[in-house]
Ligand binder design. Structure first.
Ligand SMILES: [Fe+2]
Ligand SMILES: [Fe+2]
Length: 244
């Protein structure tokens, strides 16, 4: 039986779900969430702040699109190609939607932001993990690529859920953010299902620590990222909403 045909239902894949933070980790997660909620509120006070938020999303969607094109598509077996292309089409639509929203706010979106310094550091550390773990899987780098993709989509779900909750359904950006949120939730399920198919039962002992390491890298940037966002909130939103 090939790796992709094995009966995943009998295997323990509980490591795919986000573990509930405990102890100090839970305190840190609550702190990060509170700082980011406060930062969002501040950034929404000015058009410049809102444009910064949309640019951050645009950079994230752009990076996801590139990762799919450059990392997932070339190493995907033929039975996965259609799924990756569909995923790519979703992310390209997100790029177009954020670029259009930016234009409506007076930003032509022509200059694409590179992922910020913190995100680039995070991506580098994820790539190092991918190379370290690839040898443990029959599908090689494809498994760490999907594991990282899963954690990134879970992060997108968390970020967009928080943002939707902060601005509420009456806000002008809510339809855009909630639509992208629904797609990201579908992408979380897609990454989970793919990992269930490409990881052989005896390889799950390596999948669990891989996901743990990927999430540890993500968490290690949590407080720094939240403080950077809060600082941006003060810079762009702190003067009470007239800055452009
Ligand atoms: Fe997306
Ligand atoms: Fe996505």
């Amino acid at each position: 039986m090939s790796v992709s045909e094995h009966h995943a239902s009998a295997v323990d894949f509980s490591c795919l779900s986000m573990p509930k933070a405990q102890g100090l980790g839970a305190v840190q997660a609550r702190l990060v969430d509170r700082i980011k909620r406060a930062a969002l509120q501040r950034l929404h006070r000015s058009p410049r702040g809102e444009r910064l938020l949309l640019r951050m999303y645009l950079a994230g969607e752009d990076a996801t699109e590139r990762a799919l094109l450059e990392q997932l598509l070339p190493q995907s077996p033929s039975w996965l190609e259609r799924q990756v292309e569909q995923h790519l089409a979703d992310e390209r639509r997100h790029v177009a939607m954020f670029a259009e929203a930016l234009q409506l706010l007076g930003d032509d979106g022509a200059i694409r932001l590179q992922p910020d310094w913190l995100s680039r550091r995070k991506i580098l550390r994820w790539q190092r993990l991918a190379r370290r773990y690839a040898a443990h899987f029959e599908h090689g780098l494809l498994v760490p690529a999907y594991a990282t993709g899963l954690c990134a989509e879970q992060m997108a779900e968390r970020v967009l859920s928080r943002h939707c909750a902060v601005i509420g359904a009456g806000h002008g950006l809510y339809p855009l953010l909630s639509r992208v949120l629904n797609d990201e939730k579908a992408h979380v399920r897609l990454c989970e299902n793919t990992l269930r198919r490409i990881v052989a039962p005896h390889e799950t002992v390596h999948l669990a620590p891989l996901l743990k390491d990927i999430r540890r890298v993500d968490a290690s940037f949590g407080v720094t990222g939240a403080l950077a966002m809060y600082l941006a909130g003060w810079v762009f939103g702190g003067l009470g909403g007239t800055a452009r």
